[in-house]
Design a protein. Structure first.
Length: 181
């Protein structure tokens, strides 16, 4: 399903984000930038050593990446030229600033993409796996953040994809699209 926001096309796709044919794919990383499971493991396996080394360098230089922020590395063996690693909040019941931190992940990733002149970007469903954020809630936060960024900013990527791994997550994002737009 597609949704136009100004010059930007927002696309909802069910599939494997490591195969996305975009300039940058976003990784749901941890704050240590050390390889984990889920989408992080899949991206690192597909991208290989170059991603690993770039993450190690950021770790040495900056100590990692705080929750709600984002860093960029090369894409290694991926089709994408870059990976943006952003750290989602762990769900703690919803009153610990989770929604603000999750929105910040999407906006900071888009900001980094624009700063690097990136035209197309693919997001997974950040925080809704191991970090336990309820998917229906996360989908509304995610799409609201993207909508606000595109409406408020003078420059935004031309293509913004959400690549959702499983059918249940894909369905949640399609429902959220109807709510948010
Ligand atoms: P988090 O720790 O932020 O919760 P996870 O990687 O555990 O991150 O899960 C985030 C989402 O990514 C989940 O919906 C999971 O199903 C999904 N996911 C896992 N592998 C892939 C993949 N290859 N492509 C796209 N999404 C994936």
């Amino acid at each position: 399903m597609k949704q136009q926001i100004r010059e930007t096309t927002l696309e909802m796709i069910q599939g494997d984000i490591t195969k996305a044919e975009v300039d940058v794919i976003v990784n749901a990383a941890n704050s240590e930038l050390i390889g984990g499971g889920g989408v992080d493991g899949a991206i690192r396996r597909a991208g290989g050593d170059e991603i690993e080394q770039a993450c190690a360098e950021i770790r040495r230089r900056e100590g990692g990446c705080p929750t709600g922020e984002a860093v960029i590395t090369p894409g290694g063996n991926l089709h994408a030229n870059y990976v943006i690693h952003t750290v989602g909040p762990v769900w703690q019941g919803g009153s610990s600033g989770e929604a603000e931190l999750l929105a910040s992940c999407y906006k900071e990733s888009l900001r980094l993409a624009v700063d690097n002149n990136i035209q197309s970007i693919a997001f997974p469903s950040i925080s809704t796996g191991i970090y336990g954020y309820p998917t229906e809630k996360a989908a509304v936060v995610a799409l609201t953040a993207v909508k606000e960024f595109v409406i408020q900013d003078t420059i935004a990527p031309i293509v913004i994809q959400f690549v959702l791994f499983d059918e249940a997550t894909h369905t949640c994002y399609l429902d959220a699209l109807l709510t948010v737009f």
